[in-house]
Design a protein around this ligand. Sequence first.
Ligand SMILES: *Cc1c(COP(=O)(O)O)cnc(C)c1O
Length: 383
Amino acid sequence: MLRCSGLPQRGKPCARPTRSHTGGEMTILATKTDPVRPTRAADRRDKPGGSPGDLPSSEPTWQDELRRAVRDPRELCRLLALPREFEERAVRAAPRFPLLVPRGYVARMKPGDPADPLLRQVLPLVDEDAGVPGYVADPVDDAAARRVPGMLQKYHGRALLIATGACAVHCRYCFRRHYPYAEGPKSLSGWEPALGEIAADASLTEILLSGGDPLVLADDFLAKLVERLTAIPHVRRLRVHTRLPIVIPERVCDELLAWLTGARLVPIVVVHANHAAELDESVARALARLTDAGVTVLNQSVLLQGVNDSEDALAELCERLVELRVMPYYLHQLDRVAGAAHFDVPELRGQELIERLRGRLPGYAVPRYVRELPGMPSKLVLA
Ligand SMILES: *Cc1c(COP(=O)(O)O)cnc(C)c1O
């Protein structure tokens, strides 16, 4: 999300990831950040990751951007010169699901505009506290899809690994904002049950890394995990679901491209942008690095009230994506997660918007409008 000051440059290596001080296990987070639902406020007081040798270089690394992300609602409101009342309300709304937004993404917002579509995705609102019937902790029944710790399977041939609970941005409408991440694997050895399960099931030809956001993890951990997946003969494709290339485009670095494209597995990256204003030049360069390296890049969006629920907003987003060689894949109907009811757009309105897009854009630029219903063999196509 964030607009970035530093540009990803070819040939520029990532900073080295953090190592655990405590034992033999590698710390898999590249830099310490919040799980989507942190258990203790103290967890948010991060120490920078990286070793002393990584220190000052003129270009901020993605780890720097992650570490320096805005976590204080007051600071966000001040950076954007928002009226005082937003500040107080955001502070009141934040504790249950803390604010987290990289500075580069904040820089793409319009100062002084409380209705900015990027701001709306990240600013805590008191509306989140309204209990709304039908809006629940686990709207897509992830609990029923769990095969072993960290691994979900809902659909034929595809297993999804909840690689981490941490993200680089806290989207207020996150359908996993209440997910029990603490129960998941914390190290490569914690992934052995999932790796064993995948190896024992020859129907699993595609493995998805999701979360949280898998790309907050260190590249040397991800490289090891991918190496293990590559060693399983029936696994053919690796799909990474991530918002990092959008919010911290510096994340698309040489080390990432090395594990993503260096193995036998066909790499697919599914990014998440909801509005054309998210796709600035730094994001364009990051996406070009992926596509130039031969990665298939798709985008998924969520239909969000006040963000992209207009024909123009969706058309601009889709056109910008295809011009960046990113195919619009899904437009998701909002999952009814507790705290997000104020983002809901009625399905009829969504269907009408898709029809209008069909009348205006090339067929390939129109995403499938889908809803996830628990127990279904695929996402349900609404239009
Ligand atoms: C959405 C989802 C997938 C991916 O579905 P596609 O239709 O292939 O994009 C896979 N596993 C789980 C658990 C999912 O929720």
